[in-house]
Design a protein around this ligand. Structure first.
Ligand code: SAM
Ligand code: DTB
Ligand code: SF4
Length: 330
């Protein structure tokens, strides 16, 4: 019988690698124990994505179909009209999502774009949804304006380890990203920050990425784990899928390192079997993107997700305010 090791901070690369290399049953047992101490294991949070400004992006993120540098089937479009955003948010809410995440293919927003995005945020917030946006790099002033408009979460991913990063993006640095994340915190918003697996990185890179996230003070409230969606025309189009059990291990280590975070199964879920998703939920994943499109690529059918939840006895997590209103009294 193996003893349960110390699963608390301070973490370092060696300890995190030790988790990645543990026998899978031990790792799952530890991660699931941590998960149960912080969350109801029968609940999964639902976020819905909408691309509010698609394509034509000047950056060179090698995975991204929205970069103007690559010949993909994505066409550049302007910001959506407010009504279209509100309608999508209403539909997401009616389907059971509690958070609405608006994504824009920007290096960072221009102030004129931001004025329109603030309108989206106010309108979506007024519906009673949690709001999230992912707009690229921010200045302090832009972060403050987003927070003031009622933005609850800002998504900005580190994508991969500091060492591997230069193989994936050259037009903005790892430190640029950390600076935006600091600005988001300073403005008082929650941080949604994670990465992508399957871009050719090794186990040490995955460990280093999770360590970097866990050492943020405080760590992100939401951690999206994406499996690369290899889009034809992008430099990473030909990559092999992440081996399923390596994905599960990454979820489990994320859960142990960031016990209070919502760990989200993000892009790439449509290529995951029900069994793999079930194992990820056991390992501590407790959020998904719900809705049949991510930003520009397809996501799982909502009906299939509802059936999977039914089969697993999982239900959609309620929104924080409602959760408090329904909390059992002692
Ligand atoms: N343009 C903004 C930025 O990059 O900060 C926000 C939108 S960007 C599309 C948001 C995130 O989507 C990226 O940081 C990346 O992690 C993820 N992403 C984009 N394309 C992907 C793909 N093909 N597979 C998996 N994740 C992807
Ligand atoms: C995140 O980590 N994944 C989402 C969201 N944050 C913005 C985006 C996934 C995009 C997948 C490729 C596409 O649909 O364009
Ligand atoms: Fe542009 Fe974001 Fe895509 Fe990078 S990930 S190319 S910044 S839309």
């Amino acid at each position: 019988m193996t003893e349960i090791p110390d699963l608390g901070p301070p973490w370092n690369l060696e300890r995190v690698l030790g988790l990645f290399q543990a026998p899978l049953n031990d790792l799952l047992y530890w991660a699931h124990g941590v998960h149960r101490r912080h969350f109801n294991p029968q609940e999964v949070q639902l976020s819905t994505l909408l691309s509010v400004k698609t394509g034509g992006c000047p950056e060179d993120c090698h995975y991204c179909p929205q970069s103007a540098r690559y010949a993909t089937s994505v066409e550049a479009e302007p910001l959506l009209p407010l009504e279209q955003v509100v309608q999508a948010a209403r539909q997401a809410q009616a389907a059971g999502a509690t958070r609405f995440c608006m994504g824009a293919a920007f290096r960072g927003p221009k102030d004129r774009d931001l004025d329109q995005i603030l309108e989206y945020i106010r309108a979506v917030k007024a519906l009673g949804l949690e709001t999230c946006a992912t707009l690229g790099l921010l200045t302090d002033e832009q972060a403050a304006r987003l927070a003031q408009a009622g933005l609850d979460f800002y998504n900005h991913n580190l994508d991969t380890s500091r060492d591997y990063y230069c193989n994936i993006v050259t037009t903005r640095s790892f430190d640029d990203r950390l600076e935006t994340l600091r600005r988001v915190r300073k403005a008082g918003m929650h941080v949604c920050c994670g990465g992508i697996l399957g871009m050719g990185e090794c186990m040490k890179d995955r460990a280093a990425l999770l360590l970097e996230l866990a050492e943020m003070d405080p760590p992100p409230e939401s951690v999206p784990l994406n499996a690369l969606v290899p889009v034809p025309g992008t430099p990473l189009a030909g990559r092999d899928p992440v081996p399923p059990l390596e994905f599960v291990r990454t979820v489990a280590v994320a859960r142990i390192l960031m016990p209070k975070a919502h760990v989200r199964l993000s892009a790439g879920r449509s290529r995951m079997s029900d069994e793999l998703q079930a194992l990820c939920f056991f390992a501590g994943a407790n959020s998904i993107f719900y809705g049949e499109e991510l930003l520009t690529t397809p996501n799982n059918e909502m009906k299939a997700d509802r059936e999977l939840f039914r089969a697993l006895g999982i239900r959609a997590e309620m929104q924080p305010e409602r959760r408090e209103a329904h909390a059992p009294r002692d």
